[in-house]
Unconditional design. Structure first.
Length: 144
């Protein structure tokens, strides 16, 4: 749901009106996201569409990869702080045998995927490490 306090920003003139309609309909492109200069509106767009959507469509720079996942940075320019995302795959298979992908936003000072995942659990750097991984993650993906 779009916050009522964002509607005035989304309903402005010109191309912003087009982006607001696309946001409400779930049809945004990465170019729409990049073109939005209002940081609060950009955050709403990313949250509405999902960080997995954003990572798959925006130009992201790989920061690091380890056995737990991959850390990515999306440079947002002068509008707001960069978006840093950790991309990982749960090592426990879903009932259908597939492995669920997660893309989590983490603070921009994160530099190691393991620590970024640990941060999401409130753990200090170096503290995260599952006691047991129930099964290996698919090739090329970290596990949680």
């Amino acid at each position: 749901m779009i916050s009522h306090r964002l509607l005035p920003h989304l309903e402005g003139a010109g191309s912003r009106t087009s982006r607001s309609k696309k946001l409400i309909e779930g049809r945004l492109s990465a170019a729409d996201w990049v073109a939005e200069s209002n940081g609060e509106v950009r955050r709403a767009m990313a949250e509405r569409m999902g960080y997995e959507w954003l990572l798959d469509r925006a130009s992201a720079k790989k920061i690091a990869t380890d056995e737990y996942g991959t850390l990515w940075r999306i440079i947002t320019g002068v509008y707001e702080e960069d978006i840093v995302l950790v991309d990982l795959v749960n090592s426990t298979p879903e009932p259908d045998g597939s492995f669920k992908r997660y893309v989590l936003r983490v603070p921009p000072d994160q530099t190691v995927p393991r620590d970024a995942i640990g941060w999401s659990f409130g753990l200090p750097p170096g503290a995260y490490g599952p006691a047991t991984m129930t099964s290996p993650a698919p090739a090329g993906r970290g596990g949680c």
